[in-house]
Design a protein around this ligand. Structure first.
Ligand SMILES: Nc1ncnc2c1ncn2[C@@H]1O[C@H](COP(=O)(O)OP(=O)(O)OP(=O)(O)O)[C@@H](O)[C@H]1O
Ligand SMILES: [Mg+2]
Length: 520
């Protein structure tokens, strides 16, 4: 990863911009999300906020942004003690936030979204007033965006650009980014870091929440680690390394390289032939795509997002009808069958979009854990739900996957981002799935949970599951896969054994150059 800031670090005079002192926040159910947290951000620095899933990072930032009121503690901005009762007040004090889950209105245009809620906006066509300023800002920060495009038509990376521009437009001097790169391609992430470098030069302060330690090492000046609601003293990134950071977070050593046993592929479990499918906007995004995965094997699908991965996964999971082609599980044709039938045939699905497809946010943790299986034994007999079995299973899953929640009956929407992902994984990876289709399975997970889930996927493979792993993260793909397929514009550019894969060759295929000698 490039270091956009390295050269300037020495000749800056840091000054105090923001300090949070002794912040305490309790939630119902006995959760102490923030337990006397301190955080100090200087002008002209990128400050990483690190910590395990559920450590209290988002809560702390929501307090700073005026979304929650702290039980006690003090916030100072440029030396003055302030009360921040709402996002509007936060913005007036120069605090901007880009959330873990985006908060733009999909039907409106970029300019309308920025104008929305702005004080002093004219009533008639408020978007016109902001257009010029937005375009100038976009130029200045290297954040090009079509101000007339509707949000719903933009990629995740573009939406994030809009969120950042909106914050800057409103005069943010302190910008909070909550896991900004989990939805970005590596190239988009690099662009984001250039923007952060720019903000830093202008004397702004950035709080960056991320689980990617390489990013912390590359772009942050200092790091504050949170553990179970408490904060540590900040450390300079130049005085520390990645293993030490991981240890500060989870209190043990993390294995960044997994050892895995040799692959012993069994019978063909998933076979996809000549698939064609359209996306939500009616464009054809799968183009005669074929692949197969055997029991005991992990096939990684690498590619820049938006090249048909989402639709491929949905077609296999029974959530999207292909316009042509077939999907077979253990030789049985399941093309176009409903998701319930596909799940009952032994297909586990870890979706890309966790809040929409993965869980029902208003339902309890327990009900989400048995979501697709409540109609099958041991959870039901005849028409009767077996509450005892369900309760037992839920407690076991919470324990085994380390899901941080006050209880099994807590509404799922109250869990932290990473803990919702753990819930989905617990549901999909338990039992004996024949095929596991996993999109970005470690998205949003902390380093400890990432390691645990990767081990689990390997264990499932070793006990005979066929795994289709879709990810943009080449580290993840190469760490787990036995074979790697590269997808580009809905087609497979080539399939290589993971042991022989080289990054340059994968990169070329990801950009649309078919493999030498044609696709395998
Ligand atoms: N509105 C709420 N009501 C009840 N509990 C909550 C609420 N918001 C957060 N929590 C709880 O507070 C704790 C901290 O959550 P928070 O979202 O701050 O974690 P996080 O550090 O951002 O984790 P992640 O890395 O998974 O995003 C968790 O146990 C969470 O379940
Ligand atoms: Mg969070």
């Amino acid at each position: 990863m490039q270091k956009p800031f390295a050269e300037e670090a020495a000749n800056r005079e840091p000054t105090g911009l923001l300090s949070l002192n002794g912040i305490v926040k309790h939630f119902p159910g006995g959760v102490v999300a923030n337990d006397h947290v301190d955080l100090e951000v200087r002008s002209g620095e990128v400050h990483a906020l690190l910590g395990e899933n559920g450590a209290g990072k988002t809560t702390l930032m929501n307090i700073l942004y005026g979304l929650y009121k702290p039980d006690s503690g003090e916030i100072r901005i440029k030396g003055n003690t302030v009360q921040i009762g709402s996002p509007r007040e936060a913005i007036a004090l120069g605090v901007g936030m880009v959330h873990q889950h985006f908060m733009l209105v999909p039907r409106h245009t970029v300019a309308e979204n920025v104008a929305l809620g702005l004080t002093g906006s004219p009533l008639w066509r408020p978007d016109r007033a902001v257009t010029k300023g937005l375009e100038e800002l976009g130029q200045r920060y290297g954040l090009p965006v079509d101000v007339h495009a509707r949000i719903g038509q933009l990629s995740a990376g573009e939406q994030q650009r809009v969120e950042i521009l909106r914050a800057l437009y409103r005069g943010a001097e302190i910008l909070i980014l909550d896991e900004p790169t989990s939805v970005l391609t590596p190239q988009e992430a690099q662009q984001l870091f250039e923007v952060l470098a720019h903000m830093r030069r202008e004397g702004h302060g950035v709080v960056l929440i991320t689980h990617k330690l390489d990013e912390v090492m590359a772009v942050a000046d200092r790091v504050t680690v949170m553990r179970q609601g408490r904060s540590t003293d900040p450390v300079n990134t130049k005085d520390i390394d990645k293993p030490a950071l991981a240890r500060m977070m989870v209190g043990r050593d993390i294995v960044f390289r997994l050892t895995k046993s040799a692959c012993e592929p069994g019978e063909e479990a998933l076979k996809v032939e000549g698939l064609q499918a359209r996306n939500d906007r009616g464009r054809q995004v799968l183009d005669d795509l074929s692949l197969s995965v055997c029991r005991g094997e992990i096939l990684g699908v690498a590619g820049v997002s938006g090249n048909g991965q989402l639709e491929l996964v949905e077609v296999i999971a029974g959530l999207r009808r292909p316009t042509k082609g077939r999907v077979q599980i253990l030789g049985r044709d399941l093309t176009g069958k409903p998701a319930r039938v596909v799940a009952d045939a032994g297909v586990a699905h870890v979706p890309e979009e966790r809040l929409g497809t993965g869980v029902v946010p208003s339902m309890s943790v327990r009900d989400n854990l048995i979501l697709k299986r409540h109609h099958r034994p041991p959870f039901s007999k005849g028409a009767l739900l077996q509450t005892q079995a369900i309760r037992h299973y839920a407690h076991q899953a919470i324990e085994q996957y380390g899901i941080v929640t006050p209880g099994a009956r807590t509404p799922t929407k109250l869990l932290s981002g990473g803990n919702i992902q753990k819930l989905i994984l617990a549901r999909e990876l338990s039992g004996e799935p024949v095929v596991i289709v996993a999109a970005h399975p470690t998205y949003g997970l902390d380093v400890g949970a990432t390691e645990q889930i990767r081990r689990l996927l390997l264990k499932q493979r070793d006990s005979g599951a066929a795994v289709l792993l879709v990810s943009e993260d080449l580290d993840e793909i190469t760490a787990l896969s036995d074979r790697i397929a590269v997808i580009f514009e809905g087609r497979i550019m080539g399939i290589v054994p993971a042991a022989e894969a080289n990054l340059d060759e994968l990169g070329l295929m990801m950009a649309g150059t078919p493999m030498q000698g044609g696709p395998a």
